[in-house]
Design a protein. Structure first.
Length: 202
């Protein structure tokens, strides 16, 4: 049997956001290195038995991380750090055409219409917060938002045991992948927890 896990959010933390940001050129290296030193992150990728240390940063670590994260753009999309962000629902796809010429070139040169509207999630939120829509779907009056207000904290504590069970008690072969531009579930964390399982990768 085969299984697929797409962008499993097993480890998502401020450290991984920092690693992804510096690897994508969003943070200056000196700011990242200052945080790495203050936080003691040098062994993170190979230190599989010290989760509490990484989940409970010191005051010095928080200060250095805060200073570094100030370099991030305020309108960054955490789910795709390379994507255009919504600049107001009135602009929508026109904003993408103006600011992501690669997508426009695909259409002009190859006839490939990649319609992408970075305001899509805004439209969904607005729609699902309408009283008539909530009445039509028999939902209690509520303020809806994409995340649902769920704080995932450290999903690795919850999810890694499931993967250990899948590996030890089934004959499944699994393909696990993460997008390389997703700061909310960074691929660096995915690589780390897979390596920490100590299983062969084929």
């Amino acid at each position: 049997m085969a299984g697929v896990a797409a962008s499993p959010e097993v480890q998502a933390s401020f450290l991984l956001v920092m690693l992804l940001s510096v690897s994508h050129g969003l943070l200056p290296q000196p700011a990242y290195l200052a945080a790495e030193k203050a936080c003691g992150w040098a062994g993170y990728l190979t230190d599989c038995g010290n989760e509490t240390f990484y989940d409970t940063p010191s005051d010095a670590c928080k200060a250095a991380t805060t200073a570094a994260l100030r370099y991030l753009p305020s309108n960054l999309d955490p789910y795709d750090v390379t994507a255009p962000t919504c600049q107001g629902s009135a602009l929508g796809a026109a904003h993408v055409r103006a600011n992501a010429p690669f997508l426009e070139r695909l259409k002009l040169d190859y006839g490939l219409d990649v319609s992408f509207d970075p305001c899509l999630s805004d439209y969904v939120e607005t729609y699902l917060n309408r009283a008539d829509v909530q009445a039509a779907i028999h939902a209690r009056p509520t303020t809806w938002r994409a995340s649902g207000g769920v704080d995932y904290d450290n999903p690795g504590d919850l999810m890694v045991p499931y993967f250990e069970t899948f590996i030890n008690e089934t004959d499944w072969r699994m393909l696990i992948w993460s997008g390389d531009a997703d700061a909310a579930g960074p691929y660096i964390g995915t690589q780390r927890w897979i390596e920490c399982l100590g299983r062969p990768v084929a």
